[in-house]
Design a protein around this ligand. Structure first.
Ligand code: AVJ
Length: 318
């Protein structure tokens, strides 16, 4: 965007506070929801098509293989999807719902409103028996479902997004989903499995540099939302597997000593080589998922993986 086209958006004090709180930690961090402005959502779509990023296509093949069998006995009247994004993967679930139920409501929940509107229009046109009622919300916080959502409800959390949450936060999120569930409802989740760290690291350090671009884009988003003055060129992408916590960590590394101003919170100085963590992407196995489920009050009904054990799809009941 050139200066002439730049639209000045008033910085949001709440966003500035959230940014300052994150930057003040011993390991400075920024929350991954700030990846997903329109450009970030598109970059993520590009990531899902990269040769190294096996997650999306593996989940897709599992959905293709299992959704009809899992959804038919449930005959959902609604699907609530956390972090819907472009909802590409969702069509595989909606195909199964359209075949199993005469009518249903699809509630995509996402922070990126523009992307959500596009998604809603596209899905609405493709599925005459499905009403789309998008909710723009940060699903890491409590949010209300639209009126008139009737059960059975299929709650979906796909794409291994659960990996973005530290163990306690993941359990808190699952507990909130569980609290909404009635006996006939189900929870569908996709999770990236633990495996050879080199394979995982390659997925977050792609040769084409799309993940690096995606990571750096967060600084633009934060500048817009929080009114900070991050210089994007002053940072570089780093992603590595943390084998102790079984997770990928994405960081932005400061190329030199520099100062960043956060409205209402003063200035933050970063030394050369100091990092801001922008994302964790935890990897799971059946044991780690079922430990979270037990803490949240969920029970595994189905657990499947691809032949190579890269990725798992799980259906849980309350
Ligand atoms: C959308 C959170 C599942 O952790 O793999 C992709 C985001 N970050 N490449 C992931 C992401 C870098 C993705 N999730």
């Amino acid at each position: 965007m050139t200066d002439a086209q730049t639209v000045t958006v008033a910085a949001d004090p709440a966003a500035a506070r959230e940014v300052a709180d994150g930057l003040r930690r011993p390991q400075p961090e920024l929350p991954p929801k700030f990846f997903y402005d329109e450009r970030g959502s598109r970059l993520f779509e590009d990531i899902t098509r990269l040769p190294e990023y096996y997650l999306t296509r593996t989940e897709r093949s599992l959905l293709q293989r299992w959704m009809a069998a899992w959804v038919r006995p449930l005959a959902p009247r609604a699907m609530v999807e956390l972090g819907a994004g472009s909802a590409e993967k969702t069509t595989l679930v909606l195909d199964a719902i359209a075949a199993a139920s005469e009518s249903a409501v699809y509630v995509p929940v996402d922070v990126s409103g523009d992307f959500l509107d596009e998604t809603a229009a596209r899905i609405g046109a493709a599925y005459p028996s499905i009403d789309v009622v998008p909710v723009v919300a940060d699903f890491t916080e409590a949010f209300d479902l639209p009126d008139g959502v009737q059960g059975p409800v299929l709650h979906a959390f796909l794409g291994s997004t659960i990996g973005n949450f530290a163990p306690d936060d993941a359990v808190q999120l699952l507990t909130r989903v569980r609290a909404r569930m009635a006996p006939g409802d189900r929870f569908l989740m996709g999770v990236d499995q633990r495996k050879n760290p080199e394979r995982i690291e390659a997925a977050y350090n792609d040769a084409a540099g799309v993940t690096a671009e995606f990571n750096l884009n967060m600084l633009r988003v934060v500048n817009t939302l929080a009114g900070t003055d991050f210089v994007v060129d002053g940072w570089e992408h780093r992603a590595f597997y943390n084998g102790v916590d079984h997770r990928i960590e994405m960081h932005l590394v400061s190329r030199a000593e520099q100062t960043v101003r956060v409205p209402g919170a003063g200035a933050f100085t970063f030394a050369a080589g100091q990092t801001i963590r922008t994302e964790i992407s935890a990897k799971h196995d059946r044991g780690s998922v079922e430990a979270m489920f037990a803490a949240a009050g969920l029970r595994t009904e189905h657990w499947v993986t691809d032949a190579d054990g890269l990725y798992a799809l799980v259906l849980a009941s309350p």
